[in-house]
Each structure stands twice: as structure tokens, then as C-alpha cells.
Design a protein around this ligand. Structure first.
Ligand code: NZQ
Ligand code: ZN
Length: 389
């Protein structure tokens, strides 16, 4: 196990009706808030009205910025920064999924910064301060509700880039599984694929002697695999929704990678896919992850066989671990297809037109590698994308 520091400061408020606490929680930090949300699901579900009531009852003044798109865009972030500066707003509340939360984090980092907030995403500068952010989560998926990351798409060139910084941990996040009843099946499935990918990015490691975190990863993974079909059958199954929601947070709050090195190659490749094609991040991962596994499993057949045996109960075959490993990858693909996700680029109507461009962007024109189990150069990324066709 590697040395580590684990410090996740996000307070989690979990359970039924917990959104009614948002006003009194925010009041501990601020009197003025920017309420930031997406395309309208929170109005349709009635959540918006309940949030407004809680904020007003607590005496918090509310400014609003709606319209966050999945794969959130830089122009809206800049709009949010302007609104906060003009009105001396000192707290951002994101209500929604990873896109609203990531956009809120970008605004929070951008307000006190004199330069262009994109500097943080292209790596030319680092945030030194940020406004506090809180979240009310409506889709278990990205894990942004307790992560220190934000992923934004710059429309100028369709670059989708991430920023990670300790300042970006939300101060609190409200997780009410009832709020996820209204999710379309496809979004539930995309969220599940993202959660599984967050676990696998940590599970496939070259760090040795990581038994506890292996077992933690396996427990969270199996919980998602068992409960997703239940909610697709019965969207109002509170207990199953609750398991998935908490799994989504635990999968990405950095507990599962304590003492071990993650990979993140599949995420880097996927961000190029959703950056250019604007597909859901989870759907992109359902396509990229199996292809990545097929490309790299030979680097550590034992670990891929362990994954197959412990997650998918593939029979132990000591004489042919490669066969076990391959059957584990097939089991993942079958699961993803069974919950309605694409597992090939062609399933998402994507052809080979931009493979080269994606490989190029992903590796900074071939000058960098991505991933850790295998360091992938531009040609490797291209090969993985071809495998995914
Ligand atoms: O915009 P609205 O109308 O709210 O609709 C959303 C959106 O269309 C809908 N939705 C969300 N909750 C709903 C609902 N519809 C009905 N009922 C509900 N309860 O779902 C759609 C997707 O929302 P989005 O926020 O885009 O989903 P997700 O949470 O998957 O976020 C994806 C973004 O997060 C980034 C991804 O790259 C992507 O841009 N990620 C962020 C990470 C982080 N900050 O740590 C890590 C991840 O790996 C990921 O990269
Ligand atoms: Zn992800």
C-alpha cells in the first residue's frame, strides 16, 4: 500500500426530505446564493419550489442561473462569474447532476480570479481561492457532489478538460434518493456506468498489497450491479435508489483509492468523445471501458481474472487465467447492454471520422501519455478507439 492523506471535507446529508434543510445549512455560510441548475427537470419534479421555499424561509437572497447543459459549457460559466461579481454573491448552490455541480465549481473558482477561468482547465494557472459550493444531487453518476474535480467543455475547439483542486470540494451535499425517481432509464443507466467506471479506474492498479481497498471496490461495484436492474424495473424503489446513490458518492470521494494509484486512461479518452460528440459521459464510458480492458488486460492478467471471479463469479480456472479475464470483460459488456447502454461507437452512430483527432487531443498531439496500468501514447489511444468501433 502507498502512503496517503485522506481528507474529504464534504458533509453529506442523506435521506428523505433532506432538501428542506438547504436554507438553514446555507445560512451558516452566506446570505446571498447563486442557484445554478440545468434544463428544467428540477422545475418539472417540484424540487425547485421546495428549494426556493427553504432558502426564503431561512432569509437567503436567491439569484438564479439555469440552463446548464450535460457536458457543461464555458460560456455559461462566464455568465455565472459575471452575475456573482455584479451582485456580490458569495455562495453557489448547484441543484442537479455532475454538469450543474461542475459548472458551479468553475464559477466558484472563477469569481475571485482576474484571468480567464479556462486557465485552470488548460493547466496554465491554479486556483488560489474559491467561493464555497453546496449541492443537491438529483442523479447518482459523476460523484462531483463529494469530489474535488470539475469538468468543463470549451466550445472554442470542443476541448473538454478537468480541474482538480482541494478548494473545489463542496462544503455540503444533500442526497435524497427520492429525487432520483424521475430519472429516465437511460440516465439511470448512464449514471451506473459512470459509477462502475470510477471504481474500475481505481481497481485496475499496479500498486501491490491493497486488499482492503480491493474489497471495498468490489462491495461498491456489486451493490451497483445488483440494484440498477431493480430500479429500472421499479423506479420508485427507495432502498435500491438509496444504495445506488450512496455508491455513486463512495465510488468517487477518493476513499477507494487510498493507498493505491488509479488509472484514468479510459476517462481521458472518454472526455474527448463527449467533448466532440456531446454524448452522455456514462454512455461514452460504456463504449470506451471494455475496449480499454481488451487492450491492456495482458499487462496484469491476474488482476483482470480477479475482477472476473470476484465481481462476475466467473469460475476459477487456474490453468487459463486469460480465459477468465476475457470472460469478465464480456460479462461487463453484457451487463452494460442489458441496462440499455451502447458498448460500441457504432451503437451511438459514431464512425471513424474523428478517431485520429480524439487521439491527438487526448495526448496533447502525441507529446503526453494517459493512464497508468499501461501508459497509452497517441497510437495506443487510436487503437483503443478502433477496437471500440
Ligand atoms: O438538465 P436537467 O433538466 O436537470 O436534466 C438532466 C440532464 O439532462 C437529467 N437529470 C438529472 N437529474 C434528473 C434528471 N432528469 C430527471 N430527473 C432527475 N432527477 O440528466 C441529464 C444528465 O445530467 P448531468 O448533470 O449531465 O449528469 P451527470 O451527473 O452524469 O454529469 C455528467 C458530467 O459530469 C462530468 C462528466 O464529464 C459530465 O460532463 N464528470 C464530473 C466528474 C467530477 N466533477 O468529479 C467526474 C466524472 O468522471 C465526470 O467526468
Ligand atoms: Zn466519470
Amino acid at each position: 500500500m502507498d502512503n496517503f492523506i485522506f481528507n474529504n471535507p464534504t458533509k453529506i446529508i442523506f435521506g428523505k426530505d433532506t432538501e428542506s434543510l438547504v436554507g438553514q445549512e446555507i445560512k451558516k455560510y452566506a446570505n446571498k446564493v447563486l442557484l445554478h441548475y440545468g434544463g428544467g427537470s428540477i422545475k418539472k419534479s417540484g424540487l425547485y419550489d421546495r428549494v426556493m421555499k427553504s432558502l426564503k424561509d431561512a432569509g437567503v437572497e436567491v439569484f438564479e442561473l439555469a440552463g446548464v447543459q450535460p457536458n457543461p459549457r464555458l460560456h455559461l460559466v462566464n455568465e455565472g462569474i459575471d452575475i456573482c461579481r455584479k451582485n456580490n454573491i458569495n455562495f453557489i448552490l448547484a441543484v442537479g447532476g455532475g454538469s450543474s455541480i461542475d459548472s458551479a465549481k468553475a464559477i466558484a473558482a472563477g469569481v475571485p480570479y482576474e484571468g480567464n477561468v479556462w486557465d485552470f482547465y488548460d493547466g496554465t494557472s491554479e486556483p488560489k481561492e474559491a467561493l464555497p459550493v453546496a449541492t443537491i444531487l438529483t442523479i447518482p453518476a459523476a460523484g462531483s457532489e463529494a469530489s474535488h474535480s470539475s469538468v468543463i467543455t470549451n466550445e472554442d475547439g470542443w476541448y473538454k478538460r478537468g480541474l482538480s483542486n482541494e478548494l473545489l470540494y463542496p462544503v455540503f451535499s444533500i442526497l435524497n434518493p427520492e429525487l432520483t425517481y424521475t430519472l429516465p432509464d437511460y440516465q439511470t443507466a448512464c449514471g451506473a456506468a459512470d459509477i462502475l467506471a470510477h471504481i474500475m479506474e481505481r481497481y485496475f492498479t499496479s500498486t501491490q498489497n491493497v486488499e482492503l481497498t480491493d474489497r471495498l471496490c468490489e462491495a461498491v461495484y456489486k451493490t451497483v450491479v445488483r440494484n440498477v436492474p431493480l430500479v429500472l424495473k421499479n423506479p420508485d424503489d427507495y432502498n435500491a435508489r438509496a444504495e445506488i446513490m450512496w455508491a455513486g458518492t463512495v465510488a468517487h470521494n477518493n476513499l477507494l483509492n487510498t493507498g493505491r494509484l488509479g488509472d484514468w486512461g479510459s476517462h481521458d479518452i472518454e472526455h474527448e468523445l463527449s467533448g466532440i460528440y456531446d454524448i452522455a459521459h456514462g454512455a461514452g464510458l460504456a463504449i470506451v471501458f471494455p475496449a480499454w480492458m481488451k487492450y491492456v488486460y495482458k499487462r496484469d492478467i491476474k488482476r483482470f481474472a480477479q475482477y472476473a471471479q470476484r465481481i462476475w463469479n466467473i469460475d476459477d480456472n487456474l490453468f487459463d487465467l486469460e480465459d477468465v479475464a476475457l470472460r469478465g470483460i464480456a460479462a461487463l459488456e453484457n451487463f452494460l447492454s442489458s441496462i440499455g447502454l451502447p458498448t460500441r461507437l457504432s451503437h451511438a452512430n459514431i464512425d471513424d471520422a474523428h478517431l485520429e483527432e480524439m487521439a491527438d487531443k487526448c495526448t496533447a498531439s502525441g507529446t503526453q501519455t494517459v493512464g497508468a496500468v499501461m501508459k497509452l501514447n497517441k497510437n495506443d489511444v487510436l487503437n483503443i478507439l478502433k477496437l471500440a468501433l
